[in-house]
Design a protein around this ligand. Structure first.
Ligand SMILES: [Zn+2]
Length: 203
């Protein structure tokens, strides 16, 4: 790839307010606007000039994530009912999701062993490792699989961090209450690598 080409492709990605051309060269469309003789982008995207027609447009960058069955991810539990939990997906295949995707965990997908209700599986605020079982809306996730389950949890009673007690049971370091969860093998190991540094880790 030539140097000229590299420069051109770096400049072609713009954010709102970036200058993309001058008014003598191109006619702006609805994705950009004119200011003091310059054409500025109104959106985040790739600049696409039509040299023949002297028109310029910014093609928005698609931020839609393609989910696939079997993809693994990390999500935060929003609420829990007897049969289901609502989970916001924050990561898929180790990549941060630009906008969290809502998903449903059904109690039948919570564990290989029999669990009576979702309160034995997870609680609001927990972080889970899961796999995708349905990609269409509503997205469904499952905890059945290698190293899937709760990875971070807080005490139901006092809100303190829970620590591993034995598989599927966690203990509060503050009030000593032992609580049921469907735990992942890597319980506790994602605390620092995910929730605390996810903001800048993938940049
Ligand atoms: Zn506690």
């Amino acid at each position: 790839m030539s140097k000229k080409h590299v420069e051109k492709s770096t400049q072609s990605r713009v954010v709102p307010g970036d200058k993309i051309a001058v008014i003598e060269e191109f006619l702006p469309d609805e994705t950009c606007f004119e200011q003091d003789g310059s054409i500025l982008s109104m959106t985040t995207g790739e600049v696409s000039p039509d040299l023949k027609k002297h028109k310029i447009t910014v093609k928005p960058i698609k931020r839609v994530l393609q989910l696939r069955r079997g993809d693994t991810g990390v999500g935060n539990v929003v609420y829990v009912k007897k049969q289901i939990a609502s989970v916001d997906i924050h990561r898929i295949n180790n990549r941060e999701v630009p906008l969290p995707i809502n998903s449903i965990l059904h109690v039948s997908e919570a564990s290989r062993r029999f669990v009576k209700n979702m309160y034995e599986v997870t609680r609001p605020g927990d972080w889970l490792k899961f796999k995708i079982v349905r990609t269409m809306k509503p997205v469904y996730i499952s905890l059945i699989g290698d190293d899937l389950g709760v990875v971070i949890a807080q005490c139901n009673h006092c809100g303190h961090d829970l620590v591993f007690f034995r598989p599927n049971a966690l203990k509060c370091q503050n009030c000593n209450l032992i609580q049921n969860r469907v735990t992942a093998k890597s319980f506790g190991k994602l605390v620092t690598s995910f929730t605390r540094t996810s903001q800048n880790e993938t940049r």
